[in-house]
Write a protein that binds this ligand. Structure first.
Ligand SMILES: CC(C)(COP(=O)(O)OP(=O)(O)OC[C@H]1O[C@@H](n2cnc3c(N)ncnc32)[C@H](O)[C@@H]1OP(=O)(O)O)[C@@H](O)C(=O)NCCC(=O)NCCS
Length: 214
């Protein structure tokens, strides 16, 4: 993770939505097939369909023939709304979403961070977005392998470090070190996950008390 932004720092501009921001290493249909596998091949999973229209919304931006793109845009905008009404999940196509992202369950999900990395799981009733109207660009960044518990709220200019777990109903407004397990309001780190083979220091551990002087 690079240097973490502070809440006072002005966030950089958001993507303007003119580019196809789907992961570049797969075709549209390969991506859809991977999303379906990620959702346990459940063709009726709400998360799969929300991602389908999100990928479609991005893919249409690579269509150069303008009249065709206008038709695709009308389809995208309609299905984006239908997705919100029927699944209770809001995920605009301007949010960059990586591969194998799983939207587990559905309902009450307002997912408007800056970007979501690869292998991220997001559960129901989660909110990601601005902390206040003072900075409309200040949105969370979710690095790879992050796991977001039900009811979690991630706000403002923060980076959720790789492999972190955000507990159910936690509220996060500051950057989180990689592999942290965060719970509570405001969220605190209760422990560090150690990925297999890693010798990472436990940054959540209390510092050892110094030995008393003789
Ligand atoms: C955060 C989480 C991953 C921690 O799991 P864990 O590492 O096994 O931690 P433990 O269950 O051993 O709990 C450690 C401590 O944190 C507390 N804690 C755990 N989750 C918490 C939460 N979401 N909010 C507040 N405190 C929490 C426990 O009560 C315990 O406190 P104690 O030491 O005073 O007894 C897990 O509790 C969680 O919230 N997962 C979200 C999963 C989810 O949303 N499931 C919904 C499925 S539909």
């Amino acid at each position: 993770m690079g240097p973490s932004p502070t809440r006072r720092e002005k966030a950089p501009p958001l993507p303007d939505g003119r580019l196809n921001m789907n992961p570049p290493d797969l075709t549209f249909w390969q991506l859809i097939a991977e999303d379906l596998r990620t959702h346990n091949r459940d063709i009726l999973a709400q998360g799969f369909w929300i991602l389908f229209w999100h990928r479609f919304g991005n893919w249409r931006m690579s269509v150069r023939f303008k009249p065709a793109r206008m038709v695709l845009t009308a389809i995208y905008r309609t299905m984006y709304r239908v997705g919100q009404w029927t699944c209770g999940i809001k995920l605009p196509y301007t949010v960059q979403v990586g591969r194998r992202v799983k939207l587990e369950h559905f309902g009450g999900m307002i997912l408007v961070p800056r970007c979501i990395g690869n292998d991220v799981t997001v559960r129901q009733n989660t909110t990601m977005g601005i902390a206040s109207e003072r900075d409309l660009n200040a949105r969370p960044v979710l690095e790879d392998e992050v796991d977001i518990g039900a009811g979690a709220v991630l706000l403002g200019n923060c980076v959720i470090g790789r492999g972190s777990v955000i507990g159910a109903n936690a509220v996060v407004t500051k950057s989180v070190e990689p592999y942290s397990v965060m719970v509570g309001v405001p969220a605190i780190c209760i422990r560090t996950r150690h990925p297999a083979g890693s010798e990472q220091a436990d940054h959540c551990a209390e510092p050892e008390p110094e030995a008393p002087l003789p």
